[in-house]
Design a protein around this ligand. Structure first.
Ligand code: NOJ
Length: 541
């Protein structure tokens, strides 16, 4: 058994804009986070991942950084950050921060300098001349439209895989890489406990930046094949690790769209040239393809089991700030809100890996209601509705499409209590509070022993007190069961099972054992809709 603190940890993701406002400006901030550490500690959390709090024009809510070594004024000051870090360390908690190094903001001084073709920093970004009065190639941006923007000053185009205000850094440039490593070491020397590395699988672009095949003659073509997990990306990863992380006792988790379970061992492992874990994306697509389908159970079993058994340590998650709320997709918020939230919780949380809870997930927050296009804030949602209006879509149709899929669903303010604005702010929140806050909030669930919040606490306790849930081997059980996702964890003589009915109907389950945790009272022969049980099959604790 390889003991390391980040394997034993329970992690919690904070989106600072939406967590807690302390000064009434409607925007969450760092003193707000500090004021809520009791909540995190009582949940059993010992690692916090803080989304970008750096200086930024906020075009992509902080993922567009204009100064890596300063704090965005609406979030507070560097002193506030230091206070938060110190307070967390005093409580024995760790803090990891976002590392956004695939791109910067167009207001970063590096980019401003790079707009001059004679400046050596010109090569720090990806600049090209246009082709026949058009963009240098036909790549589409991940946020829609061309991946290139013409800069009037230089007369050239720059590449931006995300928004037009997020120019991609040129990782071929040695000097630029050296500056980035210096910046990373500065944060590590300050005492942060690690990083979540944004868009790490996009840092390498296909050499020559060729056009994509375009049989349908579209203006721009989805460009993932030429910038996602392209050969050579691992050379960058290895260098970053060698130059920075390898010299510190830190936790690293890469956001790795497009990295498969077959590739995973090259990215993750004990070597000083690898990361500790990855956020893989394969299970996310299972709820985007058909919004009317609650859960594609057979596929979900296949994907998660493959990742559990491919030999790497997993980052376990079902929510983050980029995807709609999980129970609005996989669960049943109308009939079995509490039951489906807790069953999904047990399902992913007790697998082999480090579980992450996204803010609000621990109280079963749901997707929100958007009534007009002005309700959306996300830059990719805005791009989408601009493009669709140009194609003559009606606003109703755009709303119907974006409503269940928008990233803003996960970004509504945290629901602390039933007071105005859910206790998030005394001002006007930057994004509307979900109207269900008077029913779904932390204060209400504190009082209820059977609440989702208390179920998450019990999961964290179970994992803390029983090494089998951290270090045990994983085996899928009842592979062909159409309603139930069940698996075993095994450590020495000890065998436990996690059994989750993920359907709204009763289920027969041929497994028995001592009940350690469940989301219904008692344990009858049948499983109720969305019932989950954690049971000991054999072996003493
Ligand atoms: C992934 C982040 O999670 C997302 O919020 C952001 O828009 C993109 N990377 C670009 O930084």
């Amino acid at each position: 058994m390889n003991h390391t603190w980040w394997k034993e940890a329970v992690a919690y993701q904070i989106y600072p804009r939406s967590f807690q406002d302390s000064n009434g400006d409607g925007m969450g901030d760092l003193p707000g986070v500090l004021s809520r550490l009791d909540h995190l500690q009582s949940l059993g959390v010992n690692v916090v991942w803080l989304c970008p709090m750096y200086k930024s024009p906020q075009d992509d809510n902080g993922y567009d950084i204009s100064d890596y070594q300063d704090i965005h004024a609406e979030f507070g000051t560097m002193e506030d950050f230091d206070r938060l870090l110190g307070a967390m360390h005093e409580r024995g908690m760790k803090l990891i921060v976002d590392l956004v190094i695939n791109h910067t903001s167009d207001e970063h001084r590096w980019f401003i300098e790079s707009r001059d073709p004679a400046n050596p920093k010109h090569d720090w970004y990806i600049w090209r001349d246009g082709k026949a009065g058009r963009e240098p190639n036909n790549w589409e941006s991940i946020f829609g439209g061309s991946a290139w923007k013409l800069d009037e000053q230089s007369g050239q185009y720059f590449l931006h895989l995300f928004s037009t205000r997020q120019p991609d850094l040129n990782w071929e440039n040695l000097e630029m890489r050296g500056e980035v490593y210096k910046m990373i070491r500065w944060w590590l020397d300050k005492g942060v406990d690690g990083f979540r590395i944004d868009a790490i699988s996009h840092m390498k672009k296909e050499p020559g930046l060729p056009d994509l095949p375009n049989p349908q003659g579209k203006p721009y073509v989805p460009s993932f094949p030429f910038h996602m997990n392209v050969p050579g990306v691992l050379d960058y990863l290895r260098e970053i690790c060698r130059e920075t992380f390898a010299h510190y006792d830190v936790m690293t988790v890469g956001e790795a769209n497009g990295v498969s379970s077959e590739d995973a061992n090259e990215w993750i492992g004990d070597s000083p040239e690898k990361l500790n874990m990855l956020f893989q994306f394969e299970h996310l697509g299972l709820w985007n393809t058909d919004p009317t389908k609650r859960i594609e159970l057979a596929k979900l079993k296949e994907v998660l089991t493959r990742w559990q058994k491919c030999g790497v340590w997993n980052a376990l998650y079902v929510e983050n700030h980029d995807i709609p709320r999980v129970i609005s997709k996989w669960g049943d918020t109308g009939n079995f809100w509490r039951e489906s939230a807790t069953s999904i919780a047990a399902l992913y949380f007790l697998m082999r890996g480090t579980p992450f809870i996204y803010q609000g997930q621990e109280i079963g927050m749901t997707n929100t209601e958007f009534t007009a296009l002005q309700d959306f804030n996300d830059v990719s949602a805005k791009n989408f509705f601009r493009a669709k209006r140009a194609e003559d879509w009606s606003d109703e149709r755009i709303l119907a499409e974006l409503g269940p899929t928008s990233r803003d669903n996960a970004r509504t303010p945290m629901q602390w209590d039933s007071s105005p604005q859910a206790g998030f702010t005394s001002g006007k929140p930057w994004l509307k509070v979900n109207p269900n806050f008077s029913r779904i909030n932390v204060a209400a669930q504190e009082k209820n022993p059977r609440s989702i919040l208390n179920f998450y606490r019990a999961l964290a306790r179970l994992r803390r007190e029983n090494p089998v849930f951290v270090h045990g081997e994983y085996e899928l059980l009842l592979a062909d069961h159409a309603q139930v996702f069940a698996y075993e964890r095994r450590l020495g003589e000890e065998r436990v099972a996690v059994v989750c009915n993920l359907s709204g109907a009763e289920a027969e389950v041929p497994l028995t054992g001592e009940l350690l945790l469940g989301n219904y009272e008692g344990d009858t022969a049948k499983y109720w809709p969305y019932e989950c049980r954690v049971i000991r099959l054999s072996g003493a604790p």
